[in-house]
Design a protein around this ligand. Structure first.
Ligand SMILES: [Fe+2]
Ligand SMILES: [Fe+2]
Length: 368
């Protein structure tokens, strides 16, 4: 055996003893730039709907199932047991949850932190930390870490929303605790919609709330977000993101949820954004409109209801293909995590006027 073969055999022996040769692995561990395990990907609304519909026939929420929700598994994370660590990106989990009239999704709490975006349907209510909150389409809602939460639907139509949690991040750190409430629904300690009525949109705050222990505003109403975007739309759009706003904690000015950022953006008609990349990852939900996003040279076509993800360090640029309809994208990101560890880096795509060359078009799973 020559030296090379001896080394190869040495590596195999070491692996059996749960040891690694750094001389052979250093470039895989300390990469020149981020090498994301999750990949850019897209899920069509109809695919998610198909499996939500099938599950509806087989299970009842509150009677054997805590939640009826279909979550996104990034193909690049599929090998992580169990269930791809629930990773849509390296840190974030996302699901579409359906609640039928009369159902109660029982109360629990967990150290993973959560937020929601109401996709459609009137009548849902969520109880969070002793407050009953009205959920309406377009609303953004926070469920901070370790707060009791349960949901119900008092209306007469099915309600759908997007859940986003930092499940893979928490799983990686080994820090997840969950606790179940004794009753289906938690006790209420304050009047309904207490935080919304006290804070309104978040421009003002009650004088005795300078240092709230948890996120003080549970619900961010769609009409107020829309008003903010309308105001922003009186000015030139950002060349990358169009007209975009972030949901903030009105008491600190930081992200509404400590560990997950959330945004709403409007791409004007015929908007053709330029590309950039950053360390933080993003999950997008298409609220309305149609267009495409080029990620690492692949064109991902989207329309209302679809979801797509841009993992860490992915080149991405958004295009609204309609000359009549604006596109709205709701998105969640792990920027607060990246910033708190000083990891966030951004880069603009300098070549070709800021536009990637489209090398292929993504083919979503066929819906049979
Ligand atoms: Fe939960
Ligand atoms: Fe971005």
């Amino acid at each position: 055996m020559n030296n090379k073969e001896h080394l190869k055999s040495l590596h195999k022996q070491m692996e059996k003893e749960n040891l690694g040769p750094l001389w052979a692995s250093i470039h895989d561990l300390n990469t020149i730039e981020p090498k994301s395990k999750p990949i850019p990907y897209l899920w069509k609304k109809d695919l998610i709907r198909k499996y939500l519909d099938k599950s509806e026939r087989l299970l009842t929420v509150g009677d054997g199932a805590d939640r009826r929700a279909v979550f996104l598994i990034n193909p690049g994370m599929k090998d992580l047991e169990p269930v791809g660590w629930g990773g849509a990106t390296q840190t974030l989990f996302a699901a579409v949850q359906a609640v039928k009239p009369g159902e109660i999704a029982p109360a629990h709490r967990h150290t993973t932190t959560a937020l929601r975006y109401i996709i459609n349907g009137e009548g849902a209510r969520g109880r969070v930390n002793g407050e009953q909150i009205t959920f309406e389409p377009g609303d953004f809602l926070t469920t901070p870490t370790w707060t009791w939460h349960d949901h119900t639907n008092v209306g007469d139509e099915e309600v759908w929303w997007m859940d986003c949690l930092d499940v893979p991040f928490t799983k990686f750190l080994g820090t997840c605790f969950t606790e179940f409430y004794d009753e289906m629904q938690q006790e209420l300690y304050v009047p309904d919609d207490y935080s919304s009525t006290r804070y309104q949109g978040g421009m003002i705050r009650p004088v005795n709330d300078r240092d709230p222990k948890i996120a003080p505003l549970g619900r961010y109403k769609w009409e107020l977000t829309k008003t903010g975007l309308d105001g922003l739309s009186m000015h030139d759009p950002d060349p990358i993101d169009g007209h975009a706003v972030e949901y903030i904690n009105p008491s600190t000015g930081k992200d509404a949820n400590d560990r997950i950022g959330a945004r709403m953006q409007k791409l004007p008609t015929n908007f053709k954004g330029i590309a950039h990349r950053h360390v933080h990852s993003t999950i997008y939900h298409v609220v309305s409109g149609r267009g495409y996003t080029v990620m690492n040279g692949v064109r991902f076509d989207w329309k209302k209801g679809d979801f797509f993800v841009a993992p860490s360090w992915t080149w991405h640029e958004h295009v609204n293909t309609s000359d009549e309809e604006e596109s709205f994208l709701f998105s969640t990101n792990d920027l607060p995590i990246m910033e708190s560890f000083n990891f966030e880096v951004k880069e603009d795509y300098g070549e070709n006027g800021g536009h990637q060359k489209i090398e292929s078009v993504f083919n979503p799973s066929p819906i049979k």
